[in-house]
Design a protein around this ligand. Structure first.
Ligand code: NAD
Length: 359
């Protein structure tokens, strides 16, 4: 079975779906064709791929094509019926992209749709990339703040620690909390899933009680709050936010626009030099003033809406993603051939096109 690794074409996407260290882990009978320069922006030159046993060539003819971003129309035109494709396909929001893959006749597996069951944890690319985003968000906040994060006792006197609020304590939020804590900040956090309180506290942060709590789905995701609950959350946050130097927001509901947690008025109540890093920018933002891909200055408060943070740490983000890919590829191969077992709940759950037809 051949696995093809194209070079990503979306502007700013520096990651690659498979890195050289993973190639040896794909098992007997699996060979890898990598497009020239595919790993370069992530720090992996072609020579490292060939040294690991891959060949450099046309990845689009392979039995399984592995990508980071969903194929563009031009890329999809290079796919052929019966191939398997694995990538982030945004199946809940990119109906057009999925329809394109359906028309191409490929078996498309969306990394977002892998069921969150224990056996699938090694394939959980949403979590591996959210870890990168959360870490980077804390670094961005620290870098932009005109203050120290830790308390400093110097000959010139004592500097108090910065106060950081992390809204949404899923995978990214918990990593942001851990990173801000390591840097010495005083961290508070809130999530609508009450079960998260213990995780927040175990990282040395304080769980904020906003008097609002929501439900958790079977997959561990939050359900959307009612409009009344949302209004209550915004009002409560509005009075708390001015007490923080940095706010990192990570709240998300799969397939829905990001919940608005931070109002424009709350931003205007913040001290000069404060920072908001909005990890939900891509799905509309948790802050009313966020502009995706931009840094907004609202009266001296920076609102960072930078998207695709994992691409800014492309080496490790790709390495983690690549291990997730290898685990998933392992489910597609039997005796060195592409075999799709639709009775496997992970494969069936992740497949978004041509699920019913087996080869
Ligand atoms: P996500 O990216 O969908 O959402 C991020 C966080 O935002 C979630 O914690 C959610 O509760 C929170 N949120 C939603 N609306 C909010 C609001 N109005 N205010 C504050 N917070 C809000 O979630 P995620 O990080 O991908 O995962 C969520 C959880 O899923 C994890 O913490 C974990 O419990 C579970 N999970 C399970 C597995 C598994 O394999 N079993 C793997 C990964 C994650």
């Amino acid at each position: 079975m051949e696995v093809g690794v194209p070079k990503e074409v979306v502007p700013g996407e520096r990651r690659v779906a498979l890195v050289p260290e993973t190639i040896g882990r794909l098992g007997d009978g699996v060979s890898v064709i990598v497009e020239a320069g595919a790993g370069l922006a992530a720090g992996f030159p072609d020579a490292d791929y060939t040294a690991a046993g891959a060949t450099v060539g046309d990845p689009w003819s392979a039995d399984v094509v592995v990508k980071v971003a969903s194929p563009t129309a031009g890329e999809a035109a290079r796919l052929r019926a019966g191939q398997a494709l694995i990538a982030f396909l945004a199946p809940l929001t990119d109906a057009e992209g999925v329809a394109r893959l359906d028309a191409a006749g490929v078996h498309a597996f969306a990394l977002e749709s892998i069921p969150r069951i224990t056996r699938a944890q090694p394939m959980d690319a949403l979590s591996s990339q959210a870890t990168v985003s959360g870490y980077k968000a804390a670094l961005i906040a620290a870098d932009r703040l005109p203050r120290f994060l830790p308390m400093l006792m110097t000959a010139a006197g004592t500097i108090p620690p910065a106060k950081v609020l992390v809204l949404g304590a899923g995978v990214a939020g918990l990593q942001a909390i851990a990173t801000a804590r390591r840097l010495g900040g005083i961290v508070s956090s809130f999530d609508v899933r009450p079960a998260v309180r213990e995780q927040v506290e175990s990282l040395g942060a304080t769980f904020l009680d906003l008097g609002v709590s929501g439900e958790e789905t079977e997959g561990g995701y939050a359900r959307e709050l009612t409009p009344e609950q949302q209004a209550a959350q915004q009002a409560e946050l509005q009075s708390r936010i001015p007490g923080f130097d940095a706010v990192i927001t990570t709240a998300a509901i799969p397939g829905r626009p990001a919940p608005k947690l931070v109002t424009a008025e709350a931003v205007r109540g913040m001290r000069l030099g404060s920072v908001i890093v909005d990890l939900a920018a891509e799905t509309g933002g948790n802050c009313e003033l966020t502009r995706p891909g931009e840094v907004v200055d609202e009266g001296g408060v920076a609102i960072v809406g930078t998207t695709n943070l994992p691409a800014t740490m492309a080496t490790h983000a790709s390495q983690l993603l690549s291990r997730n890919m290898a685990a998933l590829i392992g489910l597609l191969v039997s005796d060195g051939k592409l075999v799709l077992d639709w009775d496997d709940e992970i494969l069936a759950g992740a497949c978004v096109t041509r699920k019913e037809i087996s080869i």
